[in-house]
Design a protein around this ligand. Sequence first.
Ligand code: SF4
Ligand code: SF4
Length: 104
Amino acid sequence: MSISINKDKCVGCKKCLSVCPGSLIKLDKDGKAYIKYPKDCWGCSSCIKECKKCAISFFLGADIGGRGSRLTVDTEGDIVHWNIEKSNGSVQTIDVNRKDSNKY
Ligand code: SF4
Ligand code: SF4
């Protein structure tokens, strides 16, 4: 279970570094984020939600029913878009309103 970081999108803001509970993400010599300890990532998704450049994706392997899809997150105000990019190229988006997500 791990993430991957698109260096072309990363602007080196370090937000993902500060939220990772395991301090698994570092900056390389070019100021781009990379995951130094991918085997230790437990998929909490904090870094994915924090990255405003949509540079981080989470691999959804077959072991959790994802069949090789990738998950990215982008936000607009209170709306969080969870984008699932499937291996066949199609994209499914699930929108969640942050204000409503903890109402139960
Ligand atoms: S939060 Fe996104 S843009 Fe910022 S350093 Fe991490 S990957 Fe790069
Ligand atoms: S998903 Fe969680 S544990 Fe994995 S790198 Fe991102 S913040 Fe760290």
